[in-house]
Design a protein. Structure first.
Length: 396
């Protein structure tokens, strides 16, 4: 009698992951991740998230694919040159895992990424290459109460760090006097001088990107599963001599992000197209009285010429101000920007909408009275408001 060949049953897509004793694949299918940066490091992060079956992904990046990206970015192809990195990366991730719900955000993170995206996310992963963006992301995560994992790479080395303020050290806690000096020097430059600085790409390899991107995603996965993760600390990868090590960061007592953040309320009736007066009225309804509305980021209200006193309304974040907006039409000298971060009860800006002020869609504006503060999420902009993902509004 001939013995019948043994039948081999096909394994499910995530069978080898689900063989891990503590693994929860349905949890990952529900998870929402915001990835900021879609360069070499962001590519590795996004690839890993797709392979692991993360259910919901948003990718924010303002740049377009260049030929020099192709040797370091696993998700890009020659045909992608000239296309937005965020769009190419999300499309490639969906090709890896077709059930992934992915959104591409082609925006300048400092100017165009509303805080609603941070609140939507269960975790944030940063694949950034400059201090200003990291400081903004750190503040946004602290205000929205979201953990985030930062990564940085250069040549054969890199670092992955995890932050969950207020309970752990945050990115600002790790900044040295040199870091602050460089950042403040750039902030003190005229806007035209900032435009004149040529951004030189950091030399990197896909090898360092793959290591650091893997660590960032690994630590996020551990955190989601309730396991000890890299929070308030970092892993320094030294690929030259393999002298890698772990580092812990103490909380800086002068850092502003270590008090419990004010509550945030979703307000479906408010959007970036509603006048600030309506936002003010909602703040009064929440707090009884109001001293000011605090904006999510500093804006250039107007440009003033110190020579001929000419003044032009701008109403945009500094990152989006065009060079021609800073040149006085009368004397052709550079104008000085006048910044605004708060709007008081007598301000003419109350007649403007957040969109007219240059604020992004799905942002949060803070209503303040004395020591009380509440964040008002402009949930009328929420792109998921008619879908099940809007359930995040019930989360703290």
């Amino acid at each position: 009698m001939v013995e019948a060949p043994a039948m081999r049953l096909a394994e499910g897509r995530f069978a080898r992951l689900e063989a891990i004793q503590w693994w929860d694949q349905p949890l990952l299918a529900r998870t929402r991740v915001l990835v900021i940066g879609a360069g070499a490091l962001g590519n590795e992060v996004i690839k890993n998230l797709a392979l692991l079956g993360i259910g919901h992904l948003a990718v924010a990046d303002m740049d377009h694919v260049e030929r020099s990206n192709l040797c370091r970015s696993v998700l890009f192809r020659s045909a992608d040159e000239g296309r937005p990195k965020a769009a190419c990366a999300t499309a490639a991730a969906q090709a890896i895992y077709p059930e992934l719900q992915a959104t591409a955000l082609v925006v300048n993170v400092l100017a165009g990424l509303g805080l609603g995206w941070f609140r939507w996310a269960d975790a944030v992963i940063g694949a950034l290459d400059n201090r200003e963006a990291r400081v903004f992301v750190n503040a946004a995560c602290a205000q929205m109460g979201r953990p985030w994992f930062d990564g940085g790479i250069e040549v054969l080395q890199g670092v992955a760090r995890g932050f969950a303020p207020p309970r752990t050290a945050c990115y600002e806690c790790t900044m040295s006097e040199v870091d602050w000096s460089v950042l403040n020097k750039r902030r003190s430059c005229s806007l035209l001088a900032r435009r004149a600085v040529e951004a030189r790409g950091t030399p990197t390899t896909p090898i360092a990107a793959s290591v650091i991107g893997a660590i960032q995603v690994q630590e996020m996965i551990k955190l989601l599963h309730g396991r000890d993760a890299l929070l308030g600390g970092g892993f320094v990868f030294e690929g030259g001599g393999h002298q890698s090590y772990r580092v812990n960061y103490p909380v800086n007592p002068d850092c502003p992000w270590h008090e419990p953040p004010p509550p945030v309320q979703s307000v479906a009736a408010l959007s970036s197209g509603a006048p600030l007066a309506a936002v003010w009225a909602e703040g009064v309804r929440q707090l009884g009285k109001l001293d000011a509305l605090d904006l999510s980021r500093e804006l250039v209200e107007r440009a003033e010429c110190t020579f001929c006193r000419h003044s032009v309304e701008v109403l945009q974040p500094a990152e989006l101000v065009r060079e021609d907006q800073l040149i006085c039409p009368g004397c052709r000298r550079e104008c000085s920007p006048v910044f605004v971060r708060s709007v008081g009860p007598a301000s003419r800006l109350l007649e403007k909408t957040p969109r007219e002020l240059g604020l992004p869609a799905w942002d949060v504006i803070w209503a303040r009275h004395g020591t009380q503060s509440v964040g008002l999420e402009l949930s009328g902009d929420d792109p998921f408001r008619d879908r099940s993902q809007s359930e995040h509004f019930n989360r703290s």
